[in-house]
Design a binder for this molecule. Structure first.
Ligand code: IMP
Length: 427
């Protein structure tokens, strides 16, 4: 198996960074294919915590090529801050390749993200305010600025002039904001271009070459299935396609090249921002899980909404991603909680639904149906094999496998690199 797509099976924040980091060690190349710095990956190496938003987690391994694919929107300022951060930690960024076709997040995107959310009032999405949606909007409108445009000063100046003329009209006439200054942005971004230039490449070509040579390529998804623009809980979604199919579009590889899809599933559910959440725990149990699980955004610091594991969502994620293997994370967070609840269906107007509803207004009315399982008290931190787990923890995992019909191939019992139980090899 040489091409594995790793995706989040819930609303993001499933602990993908840790699993990516583990698999990156086995891979020859790690590729990001969508999103931008709305993502936040935390990796713990030798008791040191690293937080990345844009650069693939594979960068911590000196011999891996890391790719930022065409499907991303890149804030150059954040990219350069990550370069500096990594370099200050002694980590080399020389193996990074950035697609010239990726789009650039401009200052007006960030400003519009804030103003649009304010304008929406009660209808707001709760975005990360990083300019993600407005940048993808320009991409779809075919007015966006691509990374390769930064290399040609005249072309960039021309594109910026057109875009800024339009955006300044929006800023002043609709939002009553002051105009942004053309020269300041031009100079700022031309400086960024100088530093980014050496990293720009035809990444689709590079990735496909690796696949031709039967090298191991890991496609690292950001966000999660329910945040997918097409299949998620629209409109409370991000503006890209975090599902497995997004890897083909956002990296420039055909679907026939993908061998496995690894769905990262957290042992409970969380969500950030607005929108319905059937298994949400608003009382002390939710607070306990939030504190234990450190459920505060890597990107925004916002507290995550927490709830029980929802296998209706899991089944849906398996369907739209074609998940072949599950990586089950943060099992240790559930230690000491008993009974544990697993949602197996939704009650909706007297009926029981077992498939995730397509319509958000239906989801908003759904009440979770649970089955209960006994919890365990033992500390899981030092456990390295499935059989060493307490019987109740094994039963819990076995039940997840029964309900989802997909093997739990990886289990995370703590944040560290070694706190990982491998039941089936992915690479
Ligand atoms: P945006 O991606 O900033 O436009 O935000 C759209 C929605 O996606 C909001 O509800 C965000 O909270 C959510 N979101 C974006 N990135 C992440 C992530 O990495 N984890 C969890 N939620 C996210």
């Amino acid at each position: 198996m040489s091409a594995v797509v790793l995706i989040g099976a819930q609303w993001g924040d499933e602990g993908k960074g840790k699993i990516t980091d583990y698999l990156a060690e086995k891979a020859d190349m790690v590729v990001r294919f969508q999103g931008g710095n709305n993502a936040g990956h935390t990796v713990v190496i030798d008791n040191q915590t690293f937080k990345l938003h844009l650069i693939p987690s594979g960068i911590f391994y000196a011999d891996k090529i890391c790719v930022i694919g065409n499907g991303l929107v890149i804030d150059p300022k954040v990219l350069l801050t990550e370069f500096d951060y990594l370099q200050s930690k002694g980590i080399d960024t020389g193996n990074l390749r950035i697609s010239g076709n990726a789009h650039v997040i401009m200052p007006y995107h960030k400003l519009l993200d804030v103003l649009e959310e304010e304008f929406k009032g009660e209808q707001r999405i709760g975005t990360t305010k990083r300019g993600i949606g407005p940048a993808y909007k320009d991409k779809a409108s075919r007015t966006g600025i691509r990374i390769s445009d930064l290399l040609d000063k005249n072309k960039f100046a021309q594109k910026l002039a057109y875009n800024l003329k339009e955006k300044n009209l929006f800023l002043t006439k609709i939002y009553g904001h002051q105009e942004l200054n053309y020269d300041e942005i031009l100079q700022e971004y031309l400086q960024y271009a100088e530093r980014i230039k050496p990293y720009i490449a035809d990444t689709s070509l590079i990735v496909n070459k690796y696949l031709d040579e039967d090298k191991k390529v890991l496609f690292e998804g950001a966000q999660g299935t329910l945040l997918d623009l097409d299949h998620g809980t629209y409109p409370y979604v991000t503006s890209s396609n975090p599902i497995a199919g997004g890897a083909c579009i956002g990296a420039g590889v055909g679907p026939t090249r993908i061998n496995k899809v690894l769905g990262v599933v957290k042992s409970y559910t969380t969500r950030v921002g607005e929108g319905p959440f059937p298994t949400e725990l608003t009382g002390s149990m939710g607070d306990l899980i939030r504190d234990r699980g450190g459920e505060f955004g890597t990107t925004t610091g916002r507290p995550h909404r927490c709830g029980w594991l929802d296998t209706v969502i899991l089944k849906f994620a398996i369907r739209v991603n074609g998940i072949s293997d599950i990586a089950f994370t943060k099992l240790d967070v559930l230690t000491g909680i008993s009974p544990l609840k697993i949602c197996t269906g939704y009650r909706y107007r007297g009926a029981t639904l077992t498939e995730f509803p397509m319509d958000l207004t239906v989801l908003a009315e759904c009440e979770a149906v649970y089955e209960e399982m006994p919890g365990w008290q033992e500390d899981l931190a030092g456990i390295t094999t499935f059989n060493e787990l307490p019987a109740a923890a094994r039963d819990y995992i076995n039940r997840v496998e029964e309900l989802s019909n997909v093997p739990v191939s990886i289990l995370a019992v703590g944040p560290g690199r070694t706190q990982t139980i491998i039941r089936q090899t992915i690479f």
